[in-house]
Design a binder for this molecule. Structure first.
Ligand code: ADP
Ligand code: MG
Length: 626
């Protein structure tokens, strides 16, 4: 080795990852060929784009292609590309460290994923290191497109690597792999051809194995739908998404007006965010006349569609557009709008065609559409049609759309009702839907924490206001005659109106600032009391989430930011007894009033002072026991 050779240690994290890749992914060794070829392709795409904007002079004549050679006597494999190459610094950062290593948990998460399903590996981007599954040693010779000095990187994957200058290189990167004894098959032309055909058909540059081109260089999104088989689509998905799973939905469309568009979008199988792997990066590439302009583009779709994979190509974009100027380019924004609306329309059509399939999609990716409603005003109307919720009119965990709800609405019903709760059972046993049940008015169950924010952002659907049942002043549709009778019957057992008024006034005094007011309820059937929100935009579930985020508690006055009323049920036996108890034993009546309030708060899912409540509860029990 020359004096210029520098030996460096892999980052600790990198070493762990190497270890996992070498040992747990052993069964899927073909992967490494695919990863190296896709890196070569990425490097070529980058060079093609740079050459449009920068007009590089060094090695400008070298054709854009990938050459693979092998030697089945020496047991070596070499993959060469004429892409952008790497400078010494790039070599160091790209191949010596792992970009995602910030969390420290990366290696553990990767190990977990590897155990579960190899298809998750791609998400971690361990690409290059997969070479060590089959390699005794890996040598990378590379020279950047800027013509600066070339370098050689070398490692046996055991903790360290060396970097030294290397003369006589052309633009691009050559990866030389000395194969392990049990990986000799990768030095055979036949094996390499098989793998390239299987995984890398869609590489947009010629891939030559021992001088023979093995792929057809053609952009699949530009071909007509009828000519493409399902298998081809799936292979393309795997290529473009660096994925190992099968897509569950796809939309392939082209348009000439208002813009020339060819788009091919895929919905993957899994939602990696819910699998605990952090935020997904956008997965759709932007092309112009088949030249990659922006890989994993953040501009071509809104953030909440980051789970999609695929390609969008528009001939109307200027070929030499720089990546920086994409963000506020009017044409790109228009393109985004058209594609987003088209995709949402596609989902709506799919839901109409095959509800079961749409529900599968909804369960996995619905959360992204909800995020869209809360973060993006522009597509609310389209997104609203795609939302699904459980409801009092559905069985078990079946779900309904807002449109279906509206179609079922009773005569005289003006609003769409919903109520949040931890489960269907909890909601159905709680106070809020008593009158809905009695009058047979449908109510949606919002079981996810984000749901109330979604519906509150939406505000209305089909001209009908969306209303949480824990809001004050709710006016349910008028009862039918029969029901009116039974309500009148019940009111016979109610406290007299004057008694109601004075009881409410007294309870408000007892509870003080905890409530804005105490009122007789026209909505409770069985329960003694319930908490309702006076601020029309707030629901108890929203308050609970905001309180949790800002560490507000009952002892923090901020928690009471949103004003509440307590409604009491004048026909409930306990409330009726309270009226008498007040006269006989003021102090004890106060304790009961406070306990009723705490119970109602708990039913609303809101915080109470636990210690105080438990102590009071014991005092009440003690009195009962004596
Ligand atoms: P990823 O491809 O997901 O970024 P890899 O581990 O496959 O991760 O590659 C790491 C980085 O090394 C790449 O992002 C790229 O910057 C660099 N790299 C790898 N192979 C090449 C190549 N053939 N030419 C230029 N750069 C490369
Ligand atoms: Mg890669």
């Amino acid at each position: 080795m020359t004096a210029q050779t520098e030996t460096r240690q892999f980052q600790a994290e990198t070493r762990k990852v190497l270890d996992i890749v070498i040992n747990s992914l052993y069964t899927e060794r073909d992967i490494f060929v695919r990863e190296l070829v896709s890196n070569a392709s990425d490097a070529l795409e980058k060079f093609r784009h740079i050459s449009l904007t920068e007009k590089p002079e060094f090695d400008a004549h070298v054709p854009l292609e990938i050459n693979i050679t092998c030697d089945d006597k020496e047991h070596t494999l070499t993959i060469t590309d004429s892409g952008i190459g790497m400078t010494a610094e790039e070599l160091e950062t790209n191949l010596g460290t792992i970009a995602h290593s910030g969390s420290g948990k990366f290696a553990e998460e990767l190990a977990e994923a590897a155990k579960k399903d190899v298809s998750l590996i791609g998400q971690f981007g361990v690409g290059f290191y997969s070479a060590f599954m089959a390699a005794k040693t890996v040598t990378v010779q590379t020279r950047s497109w800027d013509g600066s000095e070339g370098h050689e990187w070398h490692s046996d994957g055991n903790g360290s690597y060396t970097i030294k200058p290397c003369e006589g290189l052309h633009r691009g990167t050559k990866i030389i792999i000395e194969l392990k004894d049990d990986a000799e098959e990768y030095s055979q032309k036949f094996t390499l051809e098989r793998i390239i055909k299987q995984y890398s058909t869609f590489i947009p540059f010629p891939v030559n194995v021992e001088g023979n081109k093995v792929n057809t260089v053609e952009a699949i999104w530009g071909r007509s739908k009828s000519e493409i088989t399902d298998e081809e689509y799936t292979e393309f998905y795997k290529f473009i998404g660096n994925a190992y799973d099968e897509p569950t939905m796809r939309l392939h469309f082209s348009a000439d007006a208002p813009l020339a568009i060819n788009a091919l979008l895929f919905v993957p199988k899994d939602n990696f965010e819910t699998l605990g792997m952090g935020r997904m990066q956008p997965g759709v590439n932007l092309y112009c006349q088949k030249v990659l302009i922006d890989q994993h583009s953040e501009n071509i779709l809104p953030e909440w569609l980051r789970f999609l994979k695929g390609a969008v190509d528009s001939e109307d974009l200027p070929l030499n557009i720089s990546r920086q100027s994409l963000q506020d380019n009017a044409l790109v924004m228009k393109l985004r709008r058209v594609i987003t609306k088209r995709f949402l329309k596609y989902l709506d059509e799919e839901a109409g065609k095959d509800n079961a399939k749409y529900m599968e999609f909804w369960k996995t990716f619905g959360i992204f559409l909800k995020e869209g409603v809360t973060s993006d005003f522009e597509y609310q109307k389209e997104l609203a049609k795609l939302l699904r919720f459980e409801s009092s009119a559905t069985e078990d965990s079946a779900m309904t759309s807002l449109q279906e709800y509206v179609d079922r609405m009773k005569e005289g019903q003006e609003e769409i009702y919903y109520i949040n709760g931890p489960s269907r059972i909890a909601i159905e046993n709680g106070p809020y839907i008593e009158m809905f049940k009695k009058r047979d008015v449908e109510i949606l169950y919002t079981l996810e924490p984000i749901d109330d924010f979604v519906l509150s952002h939406l505000g209305e659907f089909d001209g009908k206001k969306l209303r949480s049942a824990d809001q004050a002043d709710l006016r349910l549709p008028e009862s039918t005659e029969e029901e009116a009778e039974s309500t009148a019957e019940a009111s016979g057992e109610q406290l007299a109106e004057a008694v109601q008024t004075s009881l409410c006034k007294w309870m408000k005094e007892v509870l003080g600032e905890k409530v804005k007011d105490v009122k007789p309820s026209s909505r409770l059937v069985d329960s003694p009391a319930m908490i309702v929100n006076v601020d029309g935009h707030m629901t108890s579930s929203m308050e609970r989430i905001m309180a949790a985020q800002s560490k507000m508690g009952p002892d923090n006055p901020m928690a009471m930011a949103s004003k509440k009323d307590m409604e009491i049920n004048p026909a409930n036996p306990l409330i009726k007894k309270m009226a008498d108890l007040r006269a006989k034993d003021q102090d004890f009546a106060k304790e009961v009033a406070e306990q009723i309030y705490d119970n109602a708060m708990i039913q609303a899912g809101l915080l109470v002072d636990h210690q105080e409540m438990v102590n009071r509860n014991y005092r009440i029990l003690e009195r009962m026991a004596s």
